[in-house]
Design a protein around this ligand. Structure first.
Ligand code: ADP
Ligand code: MG
Length: 716
């Protein structure tokens, strides 16, 4: 009988010949306990033996896979135990080659004469003889005569070799025979996918590279489809199981706000506000993600959503991830809604009353807090700005209509439940999640796939580009300080940002203080400098920020506390020290602090002479990040680069537990498959909301879902 993945999950690897209690313990260490785990332990690459270079054709300094038979081996002892040089002599019929291992005497035992293996490395020449030194090794079994060799992640330490996996996979697949095909035939036909059985055989035991490729495509699609199915089902389930408020979308308040803005909306803002308004007017609760680059004008859109709630007699809440950000948002919002009045239907004279916007943070205490909470409960406050504390039990609203959440990754199932509890009657408040940094489209579909997405892809016009330079080394730094001085003397202001050091606030503060000292006494002597970091008392922080806003402080030396939300149009220079320590998104956010006024702005990314520091990979990545920043000022483009450099880790926060299922699929390499999986998932769920017609597919979703989702999707 054909096997389901869940059946395979039911068999322990100990059913395989050669896997006893010891081996199974070792395998468990790498997460392989069941036959299902084994079959989803995929090769990391394939070697086509017929296509490998023959020894005769190898060239010095080139890297290659070489297939050969061991002719002889010997260890030349060195000083100390386990030391010395082990040399193999291998042959492939076209010639002989020396393989050298240092301090690995056990290699002699690993390679008895006559054994066959693949070796990967760079050919070098040593005393007139060609050799591969410390190559990567893949042993081949005698019966392993396949043209294509699957190479698995191996571990010398655990003594788990690629060859072992090949043997186990072969046995597992032979015994499993046919696997259940969970997808309806139309999906396979329309998109040219091979079936499940062919896919698992093709990925582990391919006969051609084309087969391996097709197998991988199918299995990667399956991973992405499971994630998309869970997301689409979650989204539909929210839509059908909860009732939303039907907001008044044609009231005067929104119109008044927009008319009073000192600028015209960009076309993107207009479109996005229309999308949101349509959601708000409907009976399905809104769950929308607003993506927009720094400076794209998200605040105006957020206020429009909040005021739509207010004009129907409800309240709006704006939640920020930190208190500081809440304060900044509040400060940014107040001028935009200044003078706006609300038609007051409760007053017998239909008089207007002023719009009341307030701030609730932990700093509001005692009597003030009680008054504020009472006003919220009575509906006297129209819009409240604060942190997540706003949806805590102790805060009661008269009628919460719209919630705007400024952050990413954190609005999960728990928060949704808390929000539901805040609902007035049966209707759930509408939710708009804003991301401070754009994320790539495929990532958004995966991480935020249960939300609708609006994009502000265009910034308000008339801004000058920010000139970004990578300042490497001492001379370049000298030029940076000269530029800062020049701008300040021209009446403008600058930021100098010091990095977080080893996650330690204490070290960070020390570094900011040290930098401040040095700049004040040397590089920027004579200028008025201010200092800002997380350890300062809030009164001092506020005083410094005010002084900077008013131009009394010319250069602000700070940590990343200024990353988001600080808006001083007169600041034209951003200097980021040790810029290689920051991520792309963070640097882009920091850069977004300048370029807000009418004057040309500059961003200097400062590093040492050699560029980024760290090991080879860290250096390469750091330099790639800085180059990207210099090249592009488009947050969406940078997000794609970030995904390319950092991989999926760049986008998965704690939010996506399903990520454990992404073993083959990659959000960067498989962009087209992500879209395809989304389309197929939507079609499947639209035609059959509970997947009852594809029971095998439904069944295997359970294998991958986290318990929360499972309860959610399979409760009926
Ligand atoms: P974001 O939150 O997306 O980074 P903000 O909402 O802070 O961006 O807007 C950045 C700046 O652009 C603010 O000073 C804001 O007043 C201004 N702004 C917003 N929309 C427009 C527009 N349509 N035209 C001109 N300036 C705008
Ligand atoms: Mg609604």
């Amino acid at each position: 009988m054909a096997k389901r993945l869940s059946d395979l999950e039911g068999f322990s690897v100990t059913v395989l010949a050669g896997v006893g209690p010891e081996r199974s313990k070792t395998l468990a260490k790498i997460g392989v306990s069941s036959i299902f785990d084994l079959l989803t332990h995929y090769p990391r690459r394939y070697i086509d033996k017929t296509k490998q270079s023959s020894i005769r054709d190898l060239r010095v300094d080139e890297s290659a896979w070489v297939f050969g038979k061991v002719v002889s081996s010997a260890t030349v002892p060195g000083r100390g135990r386990g030391r010395g040089r082990t040399e193999l002599r291998i042959s492939d019929g076209s010639g002989f080659l020396r393989i050298t291992f240092f301090n690995q005497p056990w290699r002699v035992r690993q390679f008895p004469d006559g054994s066959e293996a693949l070796f990967f490395g760079k050919l070098t020449e040593y005393r007139g003889q060609k050799q591969l030194a410390n190559p990567e090794v893949d042993l081949l079994d005698e019966e392993d005569r396949r043209q294509i060799t699957a190479i698995y992640p191996q571990s010398d330490k655990l003594r788990l070799y690629s060859r072992d996996f090949r043997g186990w996979q072969l046995e597992a697949l032979r015994r499993a025979k046919t696997l259940v095909e969970p997808l309806p035939a139309w999906v396979l036909e329309e998109h040219g996918f091979v079936d499940r059985t062919a896919a698992f055989n093709g990925v582990h035991l391919p006969e051609t590279m084309v087969q391996a490729h097709e197998a991988r495509r199918r299995l990667a699609f399956d991973e992405l489809l499971r994630i998309q199915l869970a997301l689409v089902m979650r989204k539909r389930s929210i839509e059908t199981s909860s009732q939303g408020l039907e907001h008044n979308t044609s009231g005067v308040l929104l119109a008044r706000f927009l008319a009073a803005l000192p600028f015209a909306l960009t076309s993107h803002q207009t479109t996005v506000i229309a999308e949101i308004t349509a959601d708000l007017g409907g009976s399905i609760p809104m769950h929308r993600l607003l993506q927009g680059d720094v400076g794209a004008g998200k605040t105006v859109v957020a206020i429009a959503a909040l005021l739509t709630a207010v004009q129907g007699g409800h309240q709006g809440a704006f939640m920020a991830p930190t208190e500081v950000l809440a304060e900044q948002h509040f400060a940014g919002m107040v001028p935009l809604v200044k003078g706006i009045t609300v038609p007051d239907e409760e007053s017998s004279l239909f008089e207007d009353r002023p719009l009341r916007v307030d701030l609730l943070t932990n700093r509001v205490t005692g009597k003030d807090r009680q008054r504020l909470l009472a006003a919220l409960a009575a509906g006297e406050i129209d819009v409240v700005v604060g942190t997540h504390a706003l949806i805590q039990e102790t805060v009661a609203f008269r009628s919460l209509g719209v919630v705007v959440i400024d952050e990413q990754h954190r609005f999960g199932v728990e928060q949704r439940a808390a929000l539901k509890a805040k609902a007035n009657g049966d209707a759930v408040p509408d939710v708009l999640v804003m991301t401070a940094t754009p994320i790539p489209r495929t990532a958004a579909m995966t991480v935020y796939g249960d939300l609708d997405v609006s994009i502000l892809g265009e910034k308000p016009g008339g801004r000058l580009p920010i000139i970004t330079e990578w300042a490497r080394g001492g001379d370049a730094q000298g030029a940076v300080w000269a530029k800062v001085r020049e701008e300040v003397l021209a009446g403008r202001q600058a930021y100098v940002v010091c990095p977080l050091i080893g996650e330690s606030e204490k070290l960070e503060v020390a570094s900011v203080e040290e930098t401040f000292e040095r700049l004040e006494t040397h590089d920027l002597s004579g200028l008025r400098l201010g200092i800002l970091h997380g350890r300062l008392p809030s009164t001092e922080k506020e005083a410094t920020m005010t002084a900077f806003r008013e131009g009394r402080v010319q250069v602000l030396v700070a940590t990343t506390v200024i990353e988001v939300g600080v808006d001083v149009a007169n600041a034209t220079v951003m200097v980021v020290l040790d810029a290689d320590r920051f991520g792309i998104a963070q640097l882009h956010q920091l850069r977004g602090r300048v370029g807000r006024g009418a004057n040309a702005s500059f961003c200097f990314l400062v590093t040492g002479d050699a560029g980024a520091v760290g090991d080879d990979e860290e250096r390469a990545q750091g330099n790639a990040r800085l180059e990207a920043l210099v090249r592009s000022d488009d947050g969406f483009e940078l997000a794609e680069v970030d995904l390319d450099i950092r991989g999926e880790g760049a986008v998965f926060g704690e939010r996506q537990k399903g990520r454990s299922d992404l073993k083959l699929a990659s959000l960067r390499r498989d962009r087209a498959l992500v879209h395809l999986a989304r389309d197929v998932a939507e079609r499947l769920v639209t035609e059959d909301a509970t997947l009852s017609e594809t029971p095998d597919l439904k069944e295997e979703l359970r294998l991958f879902l986290d318990p929360e989702d499972e309860a959610f999707l399979f409760k009926s």
